[in-house]
Design a protein. Sequence first.
Length: 227
Amino acid sequence: MKDDEQNDCTWNVILYQSMSGDSEEGNSTFEMDGGSLTAKNGGMFYTTNTESTITLSNVDITSAEDSEFFLRCTGNNNQRGWGTTGKNGADCLFTAVDQTMEGDIIWDSISQLDFYMTGGSTLTGAVTDDETYAGEGGDGYCNLYIEKGSEWIVTGDSTLSKLSCAGTIKDADGNTVKVKGSDGTVYVQGTGKYAITVESYDTDGDVSGASDTSDWSSYEAERPDGL
């Protein structure tokens, strides 16, 4: 993707509602099971002005050198008119299954993000709240669920709504990371320099709301006689 002044950011995969009449409102879905995905410019996944479900399972992902994010789930101020700025957030269900991921997760208060890490998934990055396109804000959230066996390697101070972790959270040097409530409550007294600020915290790691990759049989069809 080329840099374009009309776009708020650059990306590799986008799930969005363009408002141009070429698509209907609904749930945008991206699934990938195995294989490889390579970005040449910009962030990896961007979802805005729509409801979406993204499911990755053991995909070999290569980020661009200038990548600004792994996942951006926010509103936008796109000049092409993707909804109304301040009201065009995203509602995303993201599930990683035995998936290695690098890069930040960006969200805002007019969006809703449920991010599940299952199996032996690993995320290396920070989770940040960017209100650039959120207008007066909203009641959105970012919830992160980490199953036992999965790991978050934190690379910067992070902010999210709910953190439910039965897995491992540490920094790149192996230090534990401080987890504190927005009210000042300290849930985990970390030994590293980074802190995660949350509205709520538990160690359940409940991933019952995660999505699954579809079975091929759900899409297969009989071969037409003419082929």
